[in-house]
Design a protein around this ligand. Structure first.
Ligand code: FEO
Ligand code: CA
Ligand code: CA
Length: 523
């Protein structure tokens, strides 16, 4: 890619309406990083099929915590860690929330659907609060902390506002916790994604329950599917959790928040082929208990209301607003939402405030590599009902990335991306050129500005997820999820990362001079 000139650079950022001071800040970042890049070139690593965690030069990693580590007297760190959020307690103490998306029976339990095996799986999913301490510039897991706690498949969790769903104002457990978000008031959001694999689903029109596709948990615990597919809010200091019904029920990938003077806005993607992107606008700026839910019409740049009072068609098909919240996909289709290629993570650029959405892929429509969509709200107002949308990065061999999934911006606005080619597709057409899943960055400035640079390669069959920067941005926490996921015999695993014997999903902390070159605050 050619060096972008100033006009291209602003276009690259979608920043044509930035204020003079913001342009000045961005320009200073350009010259600053250009200088550092001449002294320390950061070379993209090549795609790899090795069963190793490979990093570009001048990046290092250490394991923070792994599946099975004791977090308190009764609980261990769950399986398949995914989303990570951080809340600082002091300069050398912080709490992490880590999602545990799902349990692979070959490692956690066993293929038979017995109560004993299902109980093991319920105890391995949900999420964990853990304390970490900074010792000699490294973040270390504090296994003795009284904050350490699991919120799992067995935990009783109330619905917000004492809302009754299927006659009950609480659910038993959470599962399929994929990505999430952090509220402006310091609580964590955890998203229930593929709940139908554990408890099945009910057909809205016929009322018939469809069995779960994998877990068959409903054969032992007959909990209603309507109790799952919500967004949890967790207080990191108490471990108290609620399930919000306000943001709707679907395969929530993420819940990305931004606060305005009067509202908190939450963006969420529904990670299923031909599903949608949603936006929730709260009634107040210090709570997401109530508000209005919208769904994106990408072609016309409009947020469509899912409020029953705003729509004759919704009024005719749904008894009340809670029914719309519970069967959100049906309502979205009735108002004309745009079908998308598996909306995954969403992040908001820290400077331009544009909203970036990973669209992973949709093989049914011969979309194998996905893209990243950029949504620019009208007048940069996140409560606006109008926006412009354009493709920011197109997946494929030219960009070097396939199937984008988790995203994060560092404080300078560099975009960090993890991709997720499914384990059975890695190494096979049309994904052969991409190697194992990886971590990438698109620099906002410097000689590599706008290029997709591969920073890390994941172990065999694993996916990187949960990108989370420490407050000083010197550490990037990352989940290494499902290494060896195609294993059929645990004695003969397809990956042995990180122990050399067995695969263990783990949280790692990436540090190093090269990371700091990207993330150090521009003066
Ligand atoms: Fe759990 Fe959409 O990734
Ligand atoms: Ca994901
Ligand atoms: Ca994924």
């Amino acid at each position: 890619m050619k060096q972008l000139d100033r006009r291209d650079f602003l276009k690259f950022l979608g920043a044509t309406t930035l204020t003079a001071s913001q342009i000045s800040l961005l320009s200073s970042m350009t010259s600053c990083n250009s200088d550092t890049n001449t002294t320390m070139p950061i070379n993209s690593i090549k795609p790899s099929f090795e069963d190793k965690l490979i990093l570009a030069p001048n990046f290092n990693y250490k394991i923070v915590v792994s599946w099975g580590d004791q977090i308190n007297e009764k609980e261990t760190f769950g399986f398949n860690n995914d989303y990570i959020a951080i809340e600082s307690l002091s300069s050398d103490k912080a709490l992490l929330w880590v999602n545990h998306e799902y349990a692979l029976p070959v490692f956690v339990s066993g293929s038979e659907r017995t109560k004993e095996n299902i109980d093991k799986e319920l105890q391995s999913v949900g999420g964990s609060i853990i304390e970490i301490n900074k010792v000699d510039d490294n973040w270390i897991f504090n296994s003795k902390s009284s904050y350490n706690k699991g919120i799992r498949g067995h935990t009783k969790i109330p619905f917000s506002n004492k809302t009754k769903i299927m006659g009950q104002d609480y659910a038993i457990g959470t599962n399929s916790n994929c990505a999430g978000g952090k509220t402006p008031w310091g609580t964590f959001l955890s998203c229930e994604e593929n709940y139908y694999k554990s408890y099945g689903e009910r057909d809205f029109k016929t009322g018939k329950r469809k069995p779960s596709t994998i877990g068959r948990w409903e054969t032992i615990y007959d909990y209603p599917p309507e109790h799952y597919g919500w967004v949890l809010e967790i207080d990191p200091k108490t471990g108290n959790a609620v399930k919000h019904t306000s943001i709707g029920r679907f395969a929530h990938e993420c819940a990305t928040c931004i606060q305005t003077n009067e509202r908190t806005v939450v963006y969420s993607g529904d990670d299923k082929k031909d599903e949608h992107v949603y936006k929730f606008v709260s009634d107040t700026n210090d709570s997401i208990d109530s508000g209005k839910l919208y769904v994106a019409d990408i072609e016309n740049g409009k947020w469509l209301s899912l409020n029953r009072e705003d729509s004759p068609i919704l009024k005719s098909k749904f008894k009340n607003q809670l029914e719309i919240q519970t069967y959100t996909r049906e309502a979205a289709k009735l108002v004309g939402a745009t079908p998308l290629a598996r909306p995954e993570d969403i992040e908001i650029h820290p400077i331009t405030k544009d909203v970036f959405v990973s669209l992973s892929n949709n093989k049914d429509r011969e979309n194998y590599y996905g893209s990243i969509l950029k949504i620019s709200e009208k007048n940069k107002d996140h409560t606006s009902l109008e926006f412009k949308a354009e493709t920011y990065v197109l997946g494929g061999k030219d960009s070097g990335i396939a199937c984008p999934d988790n995203l994060a911006f560092d404080q300078n606005g560099n975009l960090w991306i993890c991709n997720d080619i499914s384990g059975k597709d890695i190494g096979n057409a049309p994904y052969k050129a991409f190697g194992n899943n990886a971590l990438f960055v698109i620099p906002i400035a410097g000689k590599d500005m706008g290029k997709v640079i591969q920073i890390a390669s994941a172990p065999k069959e694993a996916e990187f997820t949960g990108l989370c920067f420490s407050e000083d941005q010197k550490t990037l926490f990352l989940s290494v999820q499902h290494p060896g996921e195609l294993t059929s015999d645990s004695k003969n695993p397809t990956s042995t990362w990180p122990t050399g014997k067995d695969p263990k999903p783990s949280v790692i902390a990436i540090t190093g001079k090269a990371l700091e070159e990207y993330t150090k605050k521009s003066s």
